[in-house]
Design a protein around this ligand. Structure first.
Ligand SMILES: C[S@@+](CC[C@H](N)C(=O)[O-])C[C@H]1O[C@@H](n2cnc3c(N)ncnc32)[C@H](O)[C@@H]1O
Length: 261
């Protein structure tokens, strides 16, 4: 007998070990339906069987519903503000600056931070960059540091030349190992696992858009609770915290919030 989407969702939650209820459910259904069409799957029961039996399909499903596209310098004007204003301030106020990219997807975001810090000539001993994601496949990709042109379109030419080498015979580029070594990757479910403390900068970009209002609120609290006073929370360009005062945040610029106490 074929399953309804709700029944599928409850079973898939167990198979994937991801609580699908935290995500905007209509969107999860649309993404499920489109993946099923792409794989010629006729109903949710068949989809569930594949999730159980086929690790490749399971990985494709996770990647498809969470959308792990990312790019270096995504919304360049924000990274310029980060480079000119936020990072110099954090390094002038703190001996060591802890930065967390959560979620990090293919690593473009935390590596952008590492490139900026190298361009600012900050001694790597003065910072730690942690990058987390739910998807272990994308973390494997991130650790390799190999990118196609679409991920690199916003990287200024001089930096592309300085930090990337084209792989012979391919249109892909290998990131300098010096930058790769400055980012530590870890698998973490941001909705269901606990967070480490004492961050000066947390980037959580292009993630809240997928979540229900309730989970967004819960996560905002959770992120702010591990941010040190004076630290910054950096969101994606279409994500906002409207009642930021309630979270002891001050809005500093489009997408940047500072923890007041
Ligand atoms: C669109 S990417 C954002 C990447 C990057 N921050 C950026 O803005 O380019 C969204 C990422 O969220 C991850 N994700 C979805 N649910 C998650 C969860 N519960 N915990 C951790 N990461 C999650 C996905 O695997 C995906 O890589």
């Amino acid at each position: 007998m074929s399953l309804t989407f709700d029944e599928f969702k409850d079973e898939a939650t167990k198979v994937l070990n991801v609580k699908l209820d935290g995500y905007k459910i209509k969107r999860v259904q649309r993404r499920t339906d489109s993946l099923m069409r792409r794989h010629n799957i006729n109903d949710y029961s068949q989809c569930l069987e594949l999730l159980k039996d086929d690790p490749e399909f399971k990985a494709a499903y996770l990647g498809h519903f969470t959308i792990n596209t990312s790019e270096f310098y995504r919304n360049p004007e924000n990274f310029s503000f980060l480079q000119k204003k936020i990072l110099p301030e954090l390094f002038s106020d703190n001996k060591k600056v802890k930065i967390w990219s959560a979620p990090c997807s293919n690593g473009s975001e935390p590596y952008t931070i590492a490139i900026i810090l190298n361009e600012l000539n900050i001694n790597p001993a003065r910072y730690q960059i942690l990058a987390s994601d739910l998807d272990s496949e994308i973390l494997e990709e991130a650790r390799k540091g190999i990118y196609g042109q679409s991920s690199l379109k916003n990287v200024p030419g001089n930096l592309l030349e300085k930090y990337f080498k084209q792989i012979p015979g391919q249109s892909k580029f290998q990131l300098d190992s010096k930058i790769i070594d400055q980012v530590q990757f870890e698998k973490k479910d941001l909705i269901n696992e606990s967070f480490l403390q004492n961050w000066q900068l947390i980037l959580s970009r292009n993630f809240f858009i997928y979540l229900t209002r309730e989970i967004k609120k819960k996560l905002t609290r959770k992120f702010v609770s591990v941010l040190n006073p004076g630290g910054y929370f950096f969101l994606g360009n279409t994500e906002f915290i409207f009642n930021y005062q309630e979270y002891d945040l001050e809005k500093v610029n489009f997408s940047f919030y500072k923890k007041t106490n």
